[in-house]
Design a protein around this ligand. Sequence first.
Ligand code: UDP
Ligand code: MG
Length: 320
Amino acid sequence: MQKNTLPDASLDLSVVVPCYNEASTLSAMLPRLMAACKNAAEEYEIILVNDGSVDASWALIDGFAKNFPRVVGVNLARRYGQQIALSAGLSLCRGKRILIIDADLQDPPELLPEMMRLMDRGADVIYGQRKRRTGENFFKRMTAACFYRLIRLAGETPLPVDTGDFRLINRRVLELLQQMPERQRYLRGMIAWMGLNQEPLLYERQQRFAGKSGYSLKWMLRFAMDAFTGFSVFPLRLSLWLGFVCGLLALGLLGYVLFAWISGDAVPGWTSLSCIMLFFFGLQFFCIGIIGEYVGRIYTESKQRPLFIIERISKNGARA
Ligand code: UDP
Ligand code: MG
């Protein structure tokens, strides 16, 4: 298992912001984020992770980091994608609580104090849940709505719908994330998988402040595949079900084929050919399905997630 390489928790709050080509938003975002942090915590840091931007993002981030002691700039060696950029930022956090937020101001930083208050009541995670998405086109809204519902349907983990990465997590959740070394990372799913006490905060997702979405169709598909395959072995199981259905169909058709043969309606050779085909198609799907089951298990094992998470142990009237 990957070593827990987190630095000590010496601050009240860390904010992690993944940035891909966000030069047009960063100067507007940082003051708003800093003001929100000031209202919510005494000691905080803002970790801006540059995910291989090809615009002036890094020059800006580097400048901020030199001018503001609370800003930490991280420049990744290339574009790894938002989820890895977030993971890189999370691995450097010194805060007791961690806010994950996009750079484009679609998630209002002003919600932070409210999230902190909700967490004071004992939640481990406060996740932003979108009650409306403004300024996003029909295609994005439709694909997002279908995606969240489909993955919820196929997956074994109950994942909250219409929820992005915008969330406040506590140190415990961060430490648990560090114990999950899987490489295809779908953070919101991994956090949901933990269980614990997770509460939504409904909000309106805003329009992007400037620039354009870093998620082209190719990156959206890649993201969806990571999320889907990371949280569901349903596609692997599909052939087993297909095998069953084929088997049943084959039985029914077999009756028909034999009936045709007995009543002399069949062209010579057709009966035997049909039987062979039906039988072997069914058998083939079934065998692929069995292999799929094993591959699924190897896959689940290889993720090396903790077996379980104990929320708390209560003993002799004390809490541990
Ligand atoms: N992002 C990133 N790497 C990428 C794509 C996006 O770090 O490859 C960042 C981006 O700068 C933003 C956040 O992830 O802060 C969300 O991305 P975006 O706004 O492009 O996605 P959308 O809101 O359109 O889903
Ligand atoms: Mg965005």
